[in-house]
Structures are given as structure tokens and as C-alpha cells.
Design a protein around this ligand. Structure first.
Ligand code: SP5
Ligand code: ZN
Length: 322
């Protein structure tokens, strides 16, 4: 029988509850790049272009989150969010790696809903859907076992990957501009979840602390982490060649499931990124990845050019929406 192949889009308006106004950069408050408009413009573009079909998330128990994050850390995000009045902001002095993830009154509820979007996507993959796109906001790949940072609170991709890993081998391909330090940390000593990342050179880019070629995993996980740092001037051609190398690594691992940490801040007009990729590369990336013919869960991470973001996501998802 013909399998229903439209991409399912998991979205909840709960993300609107998390609306930070400022991030602290070099000691000064600057406009926060991770805006509510990001998810709204993506949804609007998908609708206009007729890509995918929208599905609400369902609620999952917190044990899936506790499998990745320290319970005390999760409680901290919840209690601090709950204590804040609307519009109030907290820059915590612990459980953080940087000054880019302020806690607002809605941070916990929005972050928990983003986790539900990721887990709903994962459960649909287990239910034999080929491709699911979880429009998670806030993003997750910088959130580690007991820390928030880089606009991230709970690691949506890691929680979903761990959930899938109970049913088979999982490859995580992280194509956000920034190295996914949180995801790498979570799976660093595991050999049942492969982590492969293409990202801007951490010598000169956030998160600075990780993402180098020599980071290969530890213990049983040695050889199950691959980093591909990219130099500043990387354009479409080099990027696609590196992506093909990364896909070969994934093929060799022969995963049962693929999870994509999909960031679109690699775009040349992104306000915080610095690579030189143009719009057409996202459709090509989508085609190369879809060529693996794996059940694929796509998790939204970064991407901050509000004018182009929707178009970039549409280009990427179309390759899977057959
Ligand atoms: C999920 C994700 O993409 N998080 C990225 C967090 C990066 N935040 C640090 C950005 C620092 C940018 N500083 C550039 C100043 C430009 N005037
Ligand atoms: Zn990013």
C-alpha cells in the first residue's frame, strides 16, 4: 500500500510564552535573536507553500526529560520561571554556561512544550511515519545535562534521540551553525547514538568550548562523535562536500533512525552566523539527507533571519515531502 508521505509538522503555540527581549553580549544587553516570530514565520511559509500537515504535540511524562537532564536542573527552570511575573527576566548565576539564555515567566512551559513536540515527533517515527518536523522553540542543542545556554533550556533533540534509542540505533546529524555542545556531551560515552556535527569553527565562534575534530567520544563512545568545523568563508560547494562525508559516516553506522538538529543560521544573511551558504543549498542538503532513506525526525534549532527563515525551512523540508 502507498505510504502517506507528507511531512508531519509538530507545532504548539505554547512557544509564544517564551519571549525574551534581551541577551547579554559582552556585558551589554542587545536585542534577543531567538524571537517568537521565528516559529510564526516558519509556520506561515509552510502553509503558503502547502508543505506538510500540522499536528499538535501530546503531553509526555517528565521521565523522558530526566533521562537527559538532572532533575534538580529541570526543577530549577520550572520554579524560577513560575516565580517570575510576565515580562520579568532572570539571568541565573548557576546552571548556565553563558549569558544568552535568560529565564522568563514562560520559559519552562514553552521549553516543556518544545520537548513534547520533539517526543511527539519521535513517537510518530516509531509509528512508521517516514519524516516528521518538530518545530521546537526554544531550541535545544546547547542545553547539557545540567545547564542552559545559547538560547536553549532543554535538549529537544537529545531527549527525542534517547527515546528512539530504546528501539534501535540513532544517528544525530547537527547542521546548525553552532556546535551542539549539549547534545555531544549527553551522548559522548555512548555507542548506540552517533553524533555528527557540521558547524562554524569554535576557535572563533560560539560555543567556543567544543566542536573540534579531536573530540571523538570517550570510553565505549569513542569513535561515535564526529566534528566538522568549517572555516569562515565556507560556501555551498565546500559545505555540500563536507555534508557528503558526514553522510558516509552515518551510512557506515547503519542507524535505524536519523535525527536532524536543523539550524538555518548557516545562511549567508543570518544576523548571527558567518558562513556563506545561499538559499538553494538547503534544498540540496535536504535531498542528500533524504537520500539516506531513513526514518527521519527533523528538530528545529537556530536560524535568525526572519525575512528568509521560512523559505529556507520550506526548501529543506520539500525534499522529504514527496
Ligand atoms: C540555537 C542557537 O543557534 N544558539 C546560538 C546561540 C549563540 N549565541 C551567541 C551569539 C553571540 C553573537 N555575537 C555576535 C554579535 C554581533 N554583533
Ligand atoms: Zn545556532
Amino acid at each position: 500500500m502507498h505510504q502517506e508521505a507528507a511531512v508531519n509538522i509538530i507545532y504548539s503555540s505554547d512557544h509564544l510564552l517564551h519571549d525574551p527581549q534581551f541577551e547579554i553580549n559582552d556585558g551589554l544587553p542587545v536585542d534577543h535573536a531567538e524571537k517568537v516570530e521565528r516559529a510564526e514565520t516558519i509556520m506561515a511559509s509552510l502553509k503558503v507553500e502547502g508543505v506538510g500537515r500540522k499536528v499538535p504535540p501530546r503531553r509526555f511524562p517528565l521521565r523522558h526529560t530526566y533521562a537527559i537532564h538532572d532533575k534538580a536542573y529541570v526543577d530549577f527552570v520550572r520554579t524560577r520561571s513560575d516565580q517570575l511575573a510576565l515580562g520579568e527576566v532572570l539571568y541565573p548565576s548557576f546552571y548556565i554556561t553563558d549569558t544568552y539564555a535568560p529565564v522568563t515567566s514562560g520559559s519552562y512551559l514553552a521549553s516543556r512544550s518544545a520537548v513534547d513536540c520533539a517526543l511527539t515527533g519521535a513517537s510518530m517515527i516509531l509509528g512508521n511515519q517516514r519524516t516528521v518536523y518538530s518545530l521546537c522553540r526554544p531550541p535545544g542543542h546547547h542545553a547539557a545535562h545540567s545547564s542552559m545556554g545559547g538560547y536553549c533550556y532543554f535538549n529537544n533533540a537529545a531527549i527525542a534521540s534517547n527515546y528512539l534509542s530504546a528501539h534501535g540505533k540513532v544517528a544525530v546529524l547537527d547542521i546548525d551553525y553552532h556546535h551542539g555542545n549539549g547534545t555531544q556531551e549527553v551522548f559522548y560515552d555512548r555507542n548506540d547514538v552517533l553524533y555528527v556535527s557540521l558547524h562554524a569553527d569554535p576557535d572563533t565562534n560560539y560555543p567556543y568550548i567544543s566542536g573540534r575534530v579531536g573530540e571523538r567520544g570517550s570510553g565505549a563512545g569513542f569513535g561515535y562523535t564526529y566534528n566538522y568545523p568549517l572555516s569562515k568563508n565556507t560556501g555551498n560547494g565546500i559545505y555540500l562536500r563536507v555534508l557528503q562525508d558526514a553522510l558516509e559516516v552515518i551510512k557506515k553506522f547503519s542507524p535505524d533512525y536519523l535525527v536532524i538538529s536543523a539550524g538555518f543560521d548557516t545562511f549567508n544573511l543570518d544576523p548571527i552566523g558567518g558562513l556563506r551558504l545561499t538559499e538553494s543549498v538547503y534544498a540540496q542538503c535536504g535531498q542528500l539527507i533524504a537520500g539516506l532513506e531513513l526514518p527521519t525526525l527533523i528538530i528545529q534549532e537556530g536560524g535568525y533571519n526572519l525575512e528568509h527563515l521560512g523559505g529556507l525551512v520550506v526548501g529543506f523540508l520539500r525534499a522529504f515531502d514527496l
